[in-house]
Design a protein around this ligand. Structure first.
Ligand SMILES: Cc1cc2nc3c(=O)[nH]c(=O)nc-3n(C[C@H](O)[C@H](O)[C@H](O)COP(=O)(O)OP(=O)(O)OC[C@H]3O[C@@H](n4cnc5c(N)ncnc54)[C@H](O)[C@@H]3O)c2cc1C
Length: 437
């Protein structure tokens, strides 16, 4: 059965399942997930597009997707019973919720064998351990081991699927039925993701090291949502690009993804609990609201927060800048920021989101936890011409030259743009004082 491995290429779950005489290619729209973060409209639409695409591909191979809506364990157990299944194959996932629902399923299906497969990450979570047998908490040693580890060989696309007859399917939902999505969200599905990756790799991979931090160039791969839903195999992407020009720094980013997944697999509580204690946090509701709306008075921060509302996406560098402003300058608990991101990001992913937030907030795996991002310096460095800011902050579109990074009070009044909600220097002194006390 499919979970977040919505592809036919290099899908070990599917490759193993087709060894049976006949299969039910099942996906259950989990009502519990839809009620929480995972019901976020941008991700829901991406999911529906991915299911439609997968259904079309599976049909062409001989067995349409069987979709069920409901309580995940009940639906899987029900269909296993109805078709007299001997095995349920699925990709091994890492979050506390995913682990728990597989445990509940195992208890529910009795003699039906549950077989878990790799495929969500390049190297399976738990495969690499520190000398003391723990998950890695520091990236660089993990990266060294990850590069040296033997990667599994990608599996082939099955040539033909034989469907169990009469497995009842509910409808595959219509992506157009999802309301309240952002305007410019990346398209879902394996075919769209493959095309995007191919286009991007031929034009931009070679420049990745120089350009991936350039906010205006916006020249990163944008495959994060496709990786989250498994429309692409991370192993296949890493294997194909690793030895090409520009491949090494790009594949390093895929390793960050694996790194956070292996840590969450070992410590699922980190989705909400600090790895190292942070705070004290302040309940700055007005500051939090201004941050969410993109009205902080810091142009680069507002550009990023409005990018989120328009595209369900923020450039990685900008994610770090906005997360730092929220947690260090405004002293707002990282969980509130992470929650806002999860409601809007099309690539919202518990491992990547929560653990990146912890990294920036200083409660996570950063070996320099008190790192501060000065929004103006970051803006001058990574958006020197202000193109990124002007793209998203309409009020500032006419502000010329370097003033864009910190417009004067007169300019702000003239164009209707707010003053900064905090004085960065003072806020950081207060942050340091709080840390000392
Ligand atoms: C506060 C914060 C929250 C984040 N939340 C998420 C999230 O919910 N989901 C998510 O996929 N990424 C998240 N990231 C990581 C990163 O910002 C995105 O993966 C990246 O911006 C996606 O764009 P891209 O596909 O063009 O990346 P590229 O630069 O093209 O990188 C390729 C892939 O590598 C992986 N990757 C890149 N950077 C990171 C990173 N820092 N950590 C983990 N994996 C990485 C992603 O899968 C990405 O698609 C977050 C980062 C921060 C600082």
């Amino acid at each position: 059965m499919f979970t977040r491995d919505l592809r036919v290429r290099d899908n070990p779950m599917l490759a193993a399942a087709v060894c049976a005489d006949a299969i039910v290619p099942l996906f259950v729209l989990d009502e519990a997930m839809a009620a929480g973060w995972h019901g976020a409209p941008n991700r829901r639409r991406f999911l529906y597009e991915s299911l439609r695409d997968l259904d079309a591909t599976l049909r062409s191979l001989g067995a349409p997707l069987v979709v069920r809506h409901g309580e995940w364990v009940e639906e899987v157990a029900g269909i296993a019973r109805a078709v007299d299944a001997t095995r349920v194959h699925l990709a091994r996932d890492v979050s506390g919720y995913a682990r728990d629902r597989v445990r509940r399923l195992a208890a529910r299906v009795g003699s039906v064998q549950l077989v878990e497969h790799p495929g969500v990450t390049v190297v399976s979570s738990g495969e690499l351990r520190t000398g003391s047998g723990d998950a890695f908490k520091v990236f660089t040693p993990y990266y060294r081991r990850w590069l040296a580890a033997p990667w599994r060989r990608p599996v082939s696309v099955p040539e033909r699927l034989v469907a169990v007859p009469d497995a009842r399917s509910d409808y595959v939902p219509d992506p157009a039925s999802v309301r309240d999505t952002a305007r410019d969200v990346v398209a879902g599905g394996e075919q769209a993701a493959l095309a995007r990756l191919q286009r991007w790799a031929s034009s931009s991979l070679a420049h990745y090291a120089d350009r991936h931090d350039d906010l205006a160039a916006d020249d990163t791969s944008r495959i994060s949502a496709a990786l989250h839903f498994g429309c692409l195999s991370p192993l296949e992407v890493a294997g194909r690009l690793r030895d090409r020009a520009g491949g090494e720094p790009f594949v390093r980013q895929l390793c960050w993804r694996d790194f956070y997944h292996q840590l969450l697999a070992a410590r699922p509580e980190l989705a909400s609990r600090d790895l190292r204690q942070g705070g004290p946090w302040l309940d700055d509701d007005a500051g939090f609201s201004a941050w969410c709306a993109g009205h902080t008075g810091f142009p680069v921060v507002d550009a990023a927060m409005r990018q989120l509302l328009t595209e369900g996406f923020i450039h990685n560098r900008a994610r770090m800048i906005v997360a730092s402003l929220l947690t260090k300058d405004l002293a707002v608990d990282w969980r509130r920021g992470a929650d806002w991101f999860m409601r809007h990001l099309v690539d919202g992913d518990v491992a990547n989101n929560q653990l990146n937030w912890q990294w920036v907030a200083g409660t996570g795996t950063d070996t320099n936890p008190h790192r501060i991002y000065n929004p103006q310096r970051q803006s001058e460095r990574f958006d020197p011409d202000g193109t990124y800011i002007r793209r998203y902050v309409a009020e500032l579109a006419s502000v010329p030259g370097a003033e864009i990074h910190d417009p004067s009070p007169e300019t702000r009044a003239r164009v209707g743009y707010p003053l900064p909600i905090v004085d960065h220097r003072e806020a950081i002194e207060q942050y340091r004082a709080r840390r000392r006390s």
